[in-house]
Design a protein around this ligand. Structure first.
Ligand code: S3P
Length: 176
């Protein structure tokens, strides 16, 4: 889909474990853009790890901290419509998409993901992905990463961004 609004940034969204941080850093190098990871911004501002915020004050508090940031990425951030709307005002929104099985393989040995501290993390991933699908599908570009390396994914996004940035429709008014 071709966004019909001006944008100057790229926001990477998508479920945990799809590779937003890895792809984002490669992409920043390719385009000579600055890389900002909302989880790191929140941890620095709070002086604690994401997992500590979840265990000490709960998920709602963490979602409150995510709200109000500009360039963003935590896996659940776009689930709040105001966050998605905020990104849409200034960024091309790119969603990295992976299947539940691939996500599970990538995150199963990582202990720092509070939402997966459940008896059946694989089922939880499938359930959360399904719940979040409508939010992720609002991205301007959806990139499947099951069969792409981070380098290939970053190259694909760079090409799309350059094409869209130079498209004649870039500054066209949004459809009513
Ligand atoms: C979350 C994803 C995490 C982090 C927090 C909640 C989510 O970020 O924000 O643990 O709700 O999917 P990553 O997607 O970078 O792992």
């Amino acid at each position: 889909m071709q966004p019909s609004r001006p944008y100057h940034n790229i926001a990477l969204v998508g479920f945990m474990g799809v590779g937003k941080s890895t792809v984002g850093q490669i992409l920043a190098g390719m385009l000579d853009f600055e890389f900002i990871d909302t989880d790191r911004v929140i941890e620095t501002r709070e002086g604690r790890r994401i997992s500590e915020i979840f265990s000490q004050e709960g998920e709602t508090r963490f979602r409150d901290l995510e709200t109000g940031l500009i360039l963003s990425t935590g896996g659940g951030l776009v689930v709040r419509p105001e966050n998605l709307a905020s990104l849409q005002t200034h960024a091309l929104i790119v969603c990295l998409w992976a299947s539940p099985a691939v996500i599970y393989e990538r995150v199963r040995y990582q202990g720092h993901r509070p939402l997966l501290h459940t008896p059946d993390p694989q089922a939880r991933i499938a359930e959360l992905l399904e719940q979040r699908k409508p939010a992720y599908q609002q991205a301007d570009i959806l990139v499947g990463v099951d069969f792409r390396s981070p380098q290939e994914t970053a190259q694909y996004i760079t090409n799309s961004f350059r094409l869209l940035r130079h498209s004649p429709h870039r500054n066209a008014p949004s459809p009513a």
